[in-house]
Design a protein around this ligand. Structure first.
Ligand code: MRU
Length: 366
């Protein structure tokens, strides 16, 4: 992804081994980068959503493990310190399984038969590998998913394909490309006419502030809509395809994604609009089948519902939009049952949201 003509990833290492992120809290108004110096700082950056999105928080946690090892090198209780950091990083956010997956992968890399300097090197290489894989997998998701858009475009004889997406499963939610947006970028870059309906995605407005910003940057035609608009558009034939991301998908195909996705899936089913969930394999939770029962759903502060952050003049301000004394409930995610999902777009291809077909693509998980 390019920002003001310059290529960026959402997390990267400088030649001096410092770790940097884009602090997404200031988008779309300001493009702010931040150096993350310690594992604790990384846990805060994840919890307070300087970085967010399933793939990116996985990569961020992997770099957090590298930072933990760097801090611990001089301490006597080297492995203990790294394990504590691992616990903190995993606890930063509960729903996206990528976080736990990346930390577990890093923990498996360290060994007491190696020196701390060698372990540090291994953790650095693995963090980099996780980030590179994330970008490569998202690129493949784009190649596979764009065939769906192309097929619809052919049926529409050149009229733009209208795609609805919820939240931000774009390059800002990963290391690059994105999951739900990768097929859109790929199709757009190949000249397929398309237009994206962008759900604003209350309460934190990732659609309005992040997806719209990304699409605008890339020149993709799009329109921002209030969250409740999708059903109406579908009833009037103005949505050809829904593509969302996911934060955790069970081996049976139930998908947790940003709160509100389930309602879009119900509306899509009622109106015969295909709904695809795009995800890299790091977002599968191979240990569970029943997403409604077994996926932990993050609950965040009710203040995110009661206040909205935006630009007033040159200042970023928080505005109260509800009676101060009203209680508010703020679940970050919901689960869309597999039965409402037309298919899953993965780095290995497209499959049904059903265990047998998922395992056709990932036979090593049988
Ligand atoms: O709370 P967030 O912004 O970290 O939520 C994650 C998301 O952006 C969405 O649920 C997204 O669609 C899936 S993440 C690839």
């Amino acid at each position: 992804m390019r920002v003001q003509g310059q290529p960026y990833r959402t997390i990267w290492m400088e030649p001096d081994d410092s770790v940097w992120i884009i602090d997404q809290r200031f988008l779309p108004h300001r493009f702010v980068t931040q150096e993350v110096r310690t594992a604790d700082e990384m846990a805060v950056a994840i919890r307070e959503m300087h970085v967010r999105g399933a793939g990116l928080i996985g990569a961020a946690a992997a770099f957090g493990m590298y930072l933990a090892a760097r801090e611990s090198a001089a301490t006597g209780d080297y492995f203990e310190t790294i394990r504590k950091a691992a616990g903190k990083l995993i606890a930063a956010r509960p729903t996206a399984v990528n976080l736990e997956w990346a930390v577990t992968r890093q923990l498996a890399m360290i060994s007491d038969t190696r020196s701390s300097a060698e372990n540090l090197q291994v953790l650095k290489q693995t963090a980099q590998a996780i980030a590179d894989e994330d970008a490569a997998f998202c690129h493949s998701i784009g190649l596979h998913g764009s065939t769906l858009i192309r097929d619809i475009a052919q049926k529409k004889n050149g009229a733009p394909v209208n795609i609805l997406t919820h939240c931000n499963a774009g390059w800002l939610a990963f290391v690059d490309y994105g999951s739900a947006t990768a097929p859109i970028y790929e199709a757009f870059d190949n000249g397929i006419p398309l237009h994206v309906w962008v759900d604003e995605t209350r309460p934190r407005n990732q659609g309005a502030s992040l997806t719209a910003w990304e699409l605008l940057n890339h020149g993709v035609p799009h329109t921002l809509i209030a969250d409740n608009t999708g059903g109406h558009l579908m009833q009037h034939g103005r949505v050809d395809l829904v593509i969302t991301g996911a934060d955790r998908v069970t081996r049976a195909g139930d998908a947790a994604n940003k709160i509100g996705t389930y309602l879009k899936a119900l509306a899509a089913q009622a109106n015969n609009v295909p709904l695809y969930v795009a995800l890299p394999s790091s977002t599968f939770d191979w240990n569970i089948r029943d997403g409604i029962r077994d996926i932990p759903i993050e609950e965040r502060s009710g203040n995110e519902v009661k206040y909205i952050t935006g630009l007033h003049g040159n200042e970023l301000v928080e505005v109260l939009v509800a009676p101060e004394k009203s209680p508010a409930l703020n679940y970050g995610f919901d689960v869309t049952p597999a039965a409402l999902i037309t298919g899953l777009i993965t780095e290995r291809g497209i499959c049904a949201a059903a265990e047998a077909d998922i395992l056709r693509l990932f036979p090593e998980k049988r």
